[in-house]
Design a protein around this ligand. Structure first.
Ligand code: ZN
Length: 437
């Protein structure tokens, strides 16, 4: 039985075919890297895409030791609560872009081993179901926010203790609850198999990435708003009870997305995925001038504003938007409210002209997977459900153009789920029940 994707969040279907412009040579906002981009549009000015990026987390996490409780009251469908207050169309109508549009939010829903222990791994994703209709009507997007963490013995200030620590490896190192890659794939497997959801937009927990994680993302998610230059908080002390460590000190300071290098996630390279900067601080008057000069020269840019969902979103975004709109209007710069995926679309070049479909059928001891259009990753993300209900990722082998086979020999699989996405930011999940052989 095939099952269509979009069971929960059917709004990642935007397809645009847009010209491609990249890099720049302005200071601060545009960075000082040598330009490696095609010429800007000779006929039109660029657009600044404004993304309201919410790291969607509990209001509080309480408890001691490994036992935790989540306070998810910020997700109640009550108009006095944080998330509900910014779902209000009346509030959003107070802010208008150059195309008569109003703010859109990208809700990067948190998953982590901590959440898995406190509740269900997908507790935040499920809490956002309260706003399923609001999200659809406002054309918001659901993205993924993954905190790479586990409960571990560590040493802090000379004392040995156990704590939830940030993991900074992604090479198969084993921790208390499993190998680092498995901890991450455990939640992705559940999102795909149990919720029919395959995200196309990502923000890293603690904004931490390394090269191994970047290469993993290359086969999973096209758009990434984690970059935050010039921040660097990495510690060399492997034993401390670590959190909040990241390094974006060498990443392009530009507000234009870059393709990372597979050997260095902070350098421009040939990976297919796109990374763009989210602002930690507000732009200065001079930085707004530089941004407007960039747009005047025909280049598009992404202005991503990250805020946590336990903050007063209406107040925090309201203040920032008033400032941004005033500066851009004063400078005569066109700006457009966009989801993360929409904001990246002008930078991906040619995209499929028809919606992605994945066809699955069982043949000769394997599951054949066919895509009708080019997919973002070199192979789809495949999840097996075993006879005991356990989920596990499997890697299919490519047999011909846009076709893969998952060999079933030796696998305990009763159902197979296949997720794919396009560079246009469209994703689908299909499943097939395995016929006993
Ligand atoms: Zn976070």
């Amino acid at each position: 039985m095939d099952r269509a994707g979009y069971l929960y969040w059917p709004f990642q279907q935007h397809i645009t075919i847009v010209a491609l412009f990249l890099t720049c040579c302005f200071s601060r906002i545009c960075g000082s890297e040598a330009p490696i981009m095609p010429a800007p549009s000779p006929t039109s000015k660029g657009i600044v895409y404004i993304v309201l990026a919410v790291d969607t987390e509990p209001l509080h996490v309480s408890g001691t030791g490994k036992r935790l409780e989540l306070d998810l009251s910020n997700f109640l469908p009550d108009t006095s609560k944080i998330v509900a207050r910014v779902m209000s169309p009346e509030w959003r109508a107070d802010f208008t872009d150059s195309f008569s549009g109003h703010p859109k939010f990208t809700w990067f829903v948190l998953t982590s081993e901590q959440i898995c222990h406190a509740a269900d791994c997908l507790a935040i994703f499920d809490a956002m179901q309260n706003f399923r209709n609001d999200v659809r009507q406002a054309d918001d997007e659901i993205g993924w926010h993954y905190h790479h963490t586990d409960w571990q013995e560590c040493v802090s200030a000379g004392k040995t203790d156990s704590s939830w620590i940030q993991l900074v490896s992604f090479d198969g190192t084993t921790y208390a609850d499993g190998a680092d890659v498995e901890l991450c794939e455990n939640v992705m497997n559940q999102l795909i198999a149990d919720r029919g959801f395959f995200p196309v937009s990502f923000r890293a927990g603690w904004i931490w990435e390394n090269n191994e994680f970047s290469r993993w993302l290359e086969n999973v998610i096209p758009f990434d708003l984690s970059s935050s230059p010039p921040l660097k908080t990495l510690s060399n002390d492997s034993t401390r009870c670590r959190a909040n460590e990241s390094d974006w000190s060498r990443a392009p300071i530009t507000l234009v997305p870059y393709h990372p290098d597979s050997a260095d996630y902070q350098s421009r390279g040939n990976m297919k995925r796109l990374v763009s900067r989210s602002l930690i601080k507000n732009l200065t008057v001079n930085e707004f001038r530089v941004l407007s000069a960039l747009a005047d020269s025909g280049y598009d840019a992404i202005l991503s504003i990250p805020i946590h969902s336990y903050s007063n979103l209406r107040f925090a975004f309201g203040q920032k938007l008033e400032t941004i709109i005033a500066h851009l209007n004063r400078n005569g710069t066109s700006f457009k409210f966009a989801t993360c995926a929409e904001a990246f679309q002008p930078f991906v070049g040619r995209v499929p002209s028809e919606p992605l479909k994945l066809e699955l059928h069982q043949k000769d001891g394997g599951i054949v997977i066919k895509a009708n259009v080019e997919t973002f990753s070199t192979q789809p993300y495949v999840v097996l459900r075993s006879s005991k209900g356990m989920l596990k990722r499997a890697i299919p082998r490519k047999t011909e153009k846009r076709t893969w086979v998952l060999d079933l020999a030796g696998l305990d699989a009763v159902e197979i789920y296949v997720a794919g996405s396009t560079l246009a930011g469209e994703s689908v999940v299909q499943s097939i029940v395995v016929t006993p052989r």
